[in-house]
Design a protein around this ligand. Structure first.
Ligand SMILES: Nc1ncnc2c1ncn2[C@@H]1O[C@H](COP(=O)(O)OS(=O)(=O)O)[C@@H](OP(=O)(O)O)[C@H]1O
Ligand SMILES: [Mg+2]
Length: 468
């Protein structure tokens, strides 16, 4: 365990570069550790396969009447309730999960801002050399606490990425860390009432070190085909997070081996894609001069969510619950099904997915747009709301994909109208524990069945001649 020297200025949505990239997604430049990163946006007309067209469905949280004890949820102006049992199922779980992810995003925003100001010594490296920060452990502790308090009397099983051991090892080797985590957790939990989770507020004086460690340690479930398991990636795309770029907070619920709920917090992915054209920090500075500009929400990220079988996915802006819920809108995948006109997403890091294979495949189907390279499950969010059409991930041989890196995003894309399978066209199997074992080659997510079939055929045609 050692300090990780991730450096490099993040060039988030630079306006000048955005002008150059006006017509297409521009590839991010992740490069190796120490490099900068860029994330720019597509400026295709919003009328093209517009995901924001209003639909005549009631909001899924509309029927989320809190049942039994547990979190007392603030009553909101509600759309008509669902009556079909299949849709009403998991209402309370979805409602709590959205609020919890909102709170976690707020925590992350604070840590990211502090991190960018204070430098690389705040970033630690795990045994596999991947980065981890105060935010990863703090979000895990806060989510664990909030779920346990919101579902009292239930054995809340959580499968999550971080563990207590690595936190304690870091503490031992590099000095005070746990206190920063405790402070971030308490700062987050103090906001519980603003997010309508009043019963989950911390005790007076806040949680202590022991309680925080216990909360992190409780997330030690291994999932599996039976029972209910929450699946949490506290900070997905930690590399993007430490570079001031895109990252996600991902929370899903698996029941009987199937993903039934997915919530994806994307704190740097604004509600409207054209807002990505601008540098977040430029806007933060502008907001200090003219605070009214900030009130419009241009700078905010979003939270996407879906429930299995509902046939719809939703998005709301970051923020306390009343305002966020009032601004929620459905999202829908793009209608582009011609690969030549599609945009594909892939991981920023070459080590996480072969860029060369994806580029060859893109050429073979006549794809003209440059790839959208973006950190984290924001790739799934981009597909779900029609900002891109294809996401491919072909990990290096031997790498075992983890369920927390995919569960929430896969469900959201599927419910928004997309198709996600392995490269053999088979559904992803979330019932096998922590790993997405049994994957044929890699993961292919597309905005629709016809595009998906073409991409799967193209993968087959290029596979044997590839070096994967
Ligand atoms: N070698 C390798 N191959 C495939 N996948 C890997 C690999 N190493 C790590 N990971 C996992 O990838 C998560 C980040 O994946 P992304 O697709 O978002 O990649 S990238 O950040 O855009 O480069 C990342 O999640 P976080 O740790 O939450 O950031 C890892 O779980
Ligand atoms: Mg992850």
């Amino acid at each position: 365990m050692h300090l990780c020297s991730l450096g490099g200025a993040a060039e988030l949505n630079c306006p000048a570069a955005a002008a150059r990239a006006r017509r297409t997604w521009w590839p991010g430049h992740g490069g190796s550790r120490g490099g900068g990163s860029r994330f720019l946006c597509c400026s295709r007309s919003l009328s093209e396969g517009c995901p924001s067209a209003p639909r005549l469905h009631p909001h899924p949280l509309g029927g989320a009447a809190p049942s039994g004890g547990g979190a007392s949820l603030v009553s909101l102006p509600r759309a008509p309730s669902y009556t079909e049992p299949a849709v009403a199922e998991y209402s309370k779980e979805l409602d709590v999960a959205v609020r919890v992810v909102q709170m976690a995003c707020s925590l992350c925003q604070g840590v990211q801002e502090a991190l960018l100001g204070r430098g690389a010594d705040q970033v630690k490296a795990k045994e596999d050399d991947s980065p981890v920060t105060v935010a990863d452990w703090s979000v895990q502790a806060a989510v664990s606490w909030l779920l346990a308090e919101s579902f009292p009397g239930e054995r809340v099983s959580i499968v999550a990425e971080e563990d207590v051991r690595s936190l304690l090892e870091e503490e031992e080797q590099t000095g005070p860390l746990l206190d920063s985590v405790v402070s971030a957790v308490n700062g987050c939990l103090r906001e519980a009432a603003a997010y309508g989770l009043t019963a989950a507020a911390p005790p007076e004086g806040g949680l202590g070190r022991r309680e925080v460690l216990e909360a992190i340690g409780r997330c030690n479930s291994v999932g599996g085909p039976e029972g209910r398991h929450w699946v949490l990636d506290p900070v997905d795309g930690t590399l993007g997070f430490v570079r001031g770029d895109q990252y996600a907070v991902a929370l899903a619920l698996i029941d009987g081996g199937e993903v039934v709920l997915g919530v994806l917090g994307c704190p740097n992915y604004p509600m409207r894609r054209e807002w990505l054209d601008y540098h977040h920090r430029y806007y933060r500075a502008a907001a200090r001069v003219a605070p009214a500009a900030a009130a419009g929400g241009w700078h905010r990220g979003c939270v996407m969510y879906a429930r299995r079988g509902a046939g719809e996915a939703w998005m709301q802006p970051l923020g306390p619950h009343r305002a966020a819920a009032a601004a929620a809108r459905p999202v829908r995948v793009s209608t582009v099904d011609d690969p030549a006109a599609a945009t594909f997403c892939e991981p920023v890091e070459k080590a996480n997915s072969s860029h060369a294979f994806a580029a060859g495949l893109a050429r073979s189907v006549g794809l003209r747009n440059r790839p959208l390279r973006v950190y984290s499950m924001v790739k799934y969010a981009a597909i779900a709301r029609g900002d891109a059409e294809i996401f491919m991930k072909f990990g290096r041989s031997g790498y075992r994909e983890k369920i927390w890196d995919h569960a929430a995003g896969v469900l959201i894309v599927q419910e928004a109208g997309g198709v996600v399978t392995d490269a053999g066209g088979r559904p992803l199997d979330f019932s096998r524990g922590i790993f997405l074992d049994g994957l044929d080659r890699g993961i292919v997510a597309c905005s629709g069945a016809s595009l998906h079939a073409k991409i799967i055929a193209a993968v087959d045609a290029s596979w044997d001649s590839s070096e994967l």
